[in-house]
Design a protein around this ligand. Structure first.
Ligand SMILES: Nc1ncnc2c1ncn2[C@@H]1O[C@H](COP(=O)(O)OP(=O)(O)OP(=O)(O)O)[C@@H](O)[C@H]1O
Length: 623
């Protein structure tokens, strides 16, 4: 992920954790509510445990197994009239009541936690998606769609996991440990210290595990990005895949990328599978200490049976389970840190194309576009794609840009809506540097039709009104008429309400382009950019598109990448680009009078047109 990637690759875990804690703080009410409920549940668990221990002491004392009288809480003593059975029933009733309250609270806590988790996911996904929308074209060239999709979906889940699987879990663990520790210390301090002597070993093991798996989780996400990229490219290029009969190759490619993910995940699983039992094993040593030392204390009369040894063993068991849980938390932490780093890379990606705070609003520009000594390179370390371009387009005039493939035509046009900013010089609109203008206003005053137009899987009407969703049917129809699309739309079964397949797959290339022209025209833009819209169209359909374009150009400053002589002849100015430099500039007639590339190329096309004409005549006359 461009510059930020390297910067963030070195981001320490501590900084990431602090940042994630800041994020968790946004959800403090929900998180504290979940933690509060868990504290209540914990208190109830401990009370239940205490009552069970007391019950055992009452029964043991009654049958003469235990010498010591049971110690009732808060100095309360049952009266002499109470029988052992009624005392046991009282304690059993208390345990049952506690279990019922626990049941209700546990339900509320689970619902609260799920709602919190969902809110975090939705908020974070919107934030990342919102940022992706504002990022420049450079971001999309630098990152595969697989990686971007993965960050908005999977990695966001990982960040969410930090809040519910790490922060809340650690808080609960800390609270539980403190509660249990205090209770155990109260029962017998020395026994507690002896039983917990193994705990530091767990922390050391956890630290070692985290260090070992962190890079593996990062690699895993990258391999997964690749696998999604293979899938999405295959779907997008399904025509090429089928056309070249390469399904088997593609299946192998996808299998290979999935196998890489699997192999790498297997390594992580192996580490986790070694770590988790190891962490669970260590607390068993505590039980050995408990049986030895605790048994001795009971025998020497220092420890009660039920409220002492039994309750202590249950506490130790749960304490150890909580400490053992650290393995899961450490694993969740590594996964969430990897995900978080990738999500923050998107959130931190600088918005390259932005506007000043006091941006100038040009609601309805006249459309005078001037390039002043413009130079441009896609990257600082790659050669210039445009050199010293100076060019003036007067309002309402048509500028045709011609040149060999790779000459820089599309790049030149992409500077007008500020898809990129010039590296040197400036582009102005009505005398104002584009960088000083309100970006929304600027883009609203420009209609763009690309070489291949992307349509969305919604109705034709909604596709035409894409940039202006409030447009009336009348405005939509008007735009479609100018773009020569109204006729074919009316012939469709559902007309303007026909729902398009993904990418407009159920329309012909020419129909798609005419819809794209209508979409650009609906905004009634002062400037029209037509980036070779007939390049992917057959000659028959090209004629219809050219007609549509000529209607659309009326009264607008138009930049058009064109090859057809008919279009070039109609242009007010023809600019010939060669390797990013303007080598010729003038009207068609002026350029034809010069002995240059334009003259040669135009003659070639004339010959070509002539041969096509002859061929057509020949076909007509052949029986
Ligand atoms: N996103 C990009 N990142 C880096 N280089 C790019 C990018 N887009 C285009 N280029 C390079 O810039 C140069 C000009 O490309 P551009 O698309 O502007 O040419 P063009 O004249 O429109 O070509 P064509 O007629 O084939 O569409 C080419 O060398 C191309 O490889």
């Amino acid at each position: 992920m461009s510059s930020t990637t390297t910067q963030l690759a070195g981001t320490s875990n501590l900084r990431l954790i602090l940042r994630l804690l800041g994020l968790a703080w946004r959800y403090k009410t929900g998180s504290l509510c979940v933690v509060g409920l868990q504290v209540l549940l914990l208190s109830l668990t401990l009370s239940g445990l205490g009552f069970v221990g007391l019950g055992l002491d009452v029964l043991g004392h009654d049958i003469g197994v235990l010498d010591r009288a049971p110690a009732w809480p808060f100095g309360w003593e049952p009266s002499e009239d109470w029988t052992t059975l009624s005392l046991a029933l009282l304690l059993a009733g208390a345990v049952l009541a506690i279990a019922l309250v626990r049941f209700v609270l546990e339900h509320i806590a689970t619902v609260q936690k799920s709602m919190l988790v969902q809110r975090i996911i939705v908020d974070l996904r919107s934030e990342v998606y919102d940022k992706v929308q504002r990022l420049s074209f450079r971001f999309f060239s630098d990152n595969t769609s697989g990686s971007i999709i993965n960050r908005v979906t999977g990695d966001v889940q990982a960040v969410r996991r930090f809040i519910d699987g790490v922060v809340i879990e650690l808080l609960l663990m800390a609270l539980t440990l403190v509660f249990f520790l205090v209770y155990m210390l109260q029962i017998h301090a020395l026994l507690t210290l002896a039983c917990l002597a193994t705990t530091p070993a767990l922390w050391i093991l956890t630290g070692l595990f985290s260090k070992r798996v962190k890079p593996a989780y990062r690699t895993n996400r990258e391999l997964f990005d690749h696998s999604i990229a293979v899938l999405s490219e295959n779907i997008q290029g399904v025509h090429v895949v089928k056309g070249f009969w390469t399904q088997d190759q593609e299946i192998e490619k996808y299998k290979a990328s999935n196998t890489k993910v699997l192999d790498q995940k297997e390594w992580i699983f192996k580490q986790v599978c070694l770590f988790v039992p190891l962490i669970s094993f260590v607390p068993n040593l505590n039980l050995v200490v408990l049986l030895g030392f605790g048994g001795y204390l009971y025998a020497s009369g220092e420890l009660a049976f039920g409220t002492g040894l039994i309750v202590f063993s249950r506490l130790l068991e749960q304490f150890s389970a909580q400490v053992g849980n650290i393995a899961q938390v450490a694993n969740a932490m590594q996964q969430s840190l990897t995900g978080a780093q990738r999500v923050f890379e998107v959130i931190d990606e600088p918005v390259e194309i932005n506007e000043p705070a006091n941006a100038l609003s040009l609601q309805r520009p006249q459309g005078r576009v001037v390039f002043e000594n413009v130079g441009f390179a896609y990257n600082p370390d790659t050669p210039d794609v445009l050199n010293d371009i100076s060019l003036t387009a007067e309002p309402g005039k048509a500028i045709a840009v011609v040149g060999a493939t790779g000459a820089g035509k599309s790049t030149l046009l992409s500077l007008i809506p500020r898809f990129y900013d010039p590296t040197r010089g400036r582009v102005t609109l009505d005398g104002h540097d584009l960088r000083q203008l309100d970006l929304d206003d600027l883009r609203r005053s420009i209609g763009v039709v690309f070489q291949e137009s992307f349509l969305f899987s919604t109705t034709i009407a909604e596709n035409i009104a894409f940039g202006h969703p409030e447009a009336t049917q009348q405005q939509i129809t008007r735009a479609a008429e100018i773009a020569q699309a109204h006729h074919f739309i009316n012939q469709l079964e559902d007309g303007y309400n026909m729902i398009l397949a993904e990418g407009g797959g159920n329309l012909s290339g020419g129909q798609r382009q005419r819809l794209a022209i209508a979409r650009a025209l609906l905004l009634d833009p002062a400037i029209l950019i037509l980036d070779d819209p007939t390049s992917a169209i057959d000659p028959e359909t090209e004629h219809e598109i050219l007609d549509a374009m000529h209607h659309a150009m009326d009264g607008r400053t138009t930049f058009i990448v064109a090859h057809r002589l008919s279009t070039l002849k109609r242009a007010d100015l023809v600019v010939v680009l060669e390797r990013g430099t303007i080598v010729q500039c003038g009207t068609h007639e002026q350029l034809m009078a010069e002995d240059g590339h334009y003259y040669e190329a135009a003659n070639l096309q004339l010959v070509d047109d002539e041969s096509r004409h002859l061929l057509a005549l020949h076909e007509e006359n052949t029986p």
